[in-house]
Design a protein around this ligand. Structure first.
Ligand SMILES: Nc1ncnc2c1ncn2[C@@H]1O[C@H](COP(=O)(O)OP(=O)(O)OP(=O)(O)O)[C@@H](O)[C@H]1O
Ligand SMILES: [Mg+2]
Length: 427
């Protein structure tokens, strides 16, 4: 995808914030451009990491979430606050690289699965047909042993129940150790003990699914999946570090602060480029793209240790949202809240409609509350919508009814607003 296409795609869900969208789009495209260069040039070019800053509730996390669905590259979103300094109990920063590799493995596996699926499905159909012919005595009319495989593959017998043998995998018990790596007892002992099978009674549809999975994993070569996954994580991986501002501290010298400066120091080598050992092999972090984001409400970008700031050369600002943006957010995105509420209430036969002036009034109230109270961005719209629909939601019992939300309706719900008695709406 070209940067413009990426921005267009993001536009479907996020209103405004053009600068941030542009920066991430360019960074992503640069990965592609780099991949087209000679090996020598590729080694020299490292990604330009990005910091997104802006007040709360203006779309930072949302951009990351949508981006994750968009890129076909290994993408991991983490919260900086989850990590502790090396040597203290908790997850260390390196575990984010291990998680990225896991994501990459899943991605590559999925692709390979899809490639071999037709073949695996055919095999699975044969196995299921075989079981049916052994177990089911009175086959539905018109189906003979010869046509059985076909009928199974066409999902014409999905409702039949058959008994199949499945592997009885011991449940894994995850023990987190201090290194952040998890040991899976089940998989350690599971490999040592003989495989047990148990008989389950399932529908043909389920049996097909289970056998297709089984056949798929027989058909793909796990070693090559590992190699490909590591290569992709290394070259195309994107890690989104959210809430980075929460690990910035203003020269706090009261004793050790295990989850702030230490974490920042631990992040340095990873962003700079180092080698991390994972259970699939070693991975170099030099070419992974890092996008950090934070509200920087209490702390500033300048409060991060300078070495870390330097490693994020691109800083983009997200802007506070105004009335116009709120109107757009309420109406334009495919998942706009107004549509969400309308769909929800439609289940109870309520036809919820919003007039143009009603939407405008909601946007105005949101803006007003954001300026007079705390600025919580687009999240304010959610709280207002909840307030407006509270009674309708409560009274809805399936009786068909039409509710039109116009400016009067909204104003009636917020009569106190004019008298500046806002206490009721403080979150
Ligand atoms: N520009 C926008 N366009 C559409 N929806 C938005 C926009 N900004 C925020 N929202 C909506 O508001 C909610 C909160 O946004 P988001 O999670 O991105 O906030 P944030 O910027 O990450 O804030 P924080 O700093 O508190 O984490 C989401 O449900 C999102 O859909
Ligand atoms: Mg966020």
């Amino acid at each position: 995808m070209t940067p413009k296409q990426i921005v267009q795609e993001l536009d479907r869900y996020i209103v405004g914030q053009y600068q941030a969208k542009k920066a991430v789009a360019v960074a992503l495209r640069n990965r592609y451009r780099r991949s087209k260069l000679s090996k020598h040039d590729m080694e020299e070019i490292t990604p330009k990491n990005i910091i997104m800053k802006g007040p709360t509730g203006v779309g930072k996390t949302e951009i990351a979430r949508r981006l994750a669905k968009l890129v076909k590259a290994p993408f991991l979103k983490v919260e900086a606050t989850k990590y502790t300094e090396v040597g203290f109990v908790g997850r260390d920063v390196e575990s984010m690289i291990r998680d990225l590799v896991e994501v990459s493995i899943r991605l590559v596996k999925d692709e390979r699965y899809r490639m071999v699926e037709p073949k695996a499905f055919q095999k699975a159909s044969e196995r299921v047909a075989d079981l049916i012919s052994k177990q089911v005595t009175d086959l539905p009319e018109g189906i003979t042993k010869e046509t059985l495989v076909d009928e199974v593959a066409k999902h014409n017998l999905d409702q039949l129940t058959i008994a199949i043998k499945v592997q009885d995998n011991p449940k894994g018990i995850e023990i987190p150790n201090s290194g952040g790596q998890e040991i899976n007892l089940g998989s350690i002992f599971g490999d040592m003990m003989p495989k047990k099978t148990k008989t389950r009674s399932v529908t043909v549809a389920d049996a097909l699914r289970i056998y297709t999975d089984e056949e798929c994993s027989k058909l793909i070569d796990l070693d090559s999946v590992n190699d490909e996954a590591l290569r992709r994580a290394e070259n195309d991986g994107v890690i989104f570090i959210d809430e980075i501002d929460k690990i910035a501290s203003k020269g706090n010298t009261n004793g050790p602060d295990v989850s702030r400066e230490g974490v920042q120091r631990d992040i340095l080598p990873i962003v700079e480029g180092c080698t991390v050992t994972t259970k699939y092999g070693n991975i170099k972090t030099d070419y992974i793209l890092f996008i950090a984001s934070g509200a920087f409400h209490i702390s500033k970008v300048g409060d991060l240790i300078p070495e870390l700031q330097g490693r994020f050369p691109v800083v983009v600002d997200l802007t506070s949202l105004g009335v116009d943006e709120f109107v757009s957010i309420l109406t334009e995105p495919e998942n706009a809240v107004t549509r969400q509420y309308a769909k929800l209430l439609a289940v109870d036969n309520i036809d919820l409609q919003f007039t143009e002036d009603g939407i405008l009034e909601i946007a105005k109230v949101a803006y007003e509350l954001n300026t007079t109270r705390e600025d919580i961005g687009a999240r304010r719209l959610h709280s207002i919508m909840e307030h407006i629909t509270e009674d309708i939601s409560f009274e809805a019992d399936g009786t068909p009814r039409t509710v039109v939300v116009d400016s009067k309706y909204v104003a009636d719900n917020f009569t106190d607003l004019s008298t500046r008695n806002l206490k009721k709406y403080i979150l």
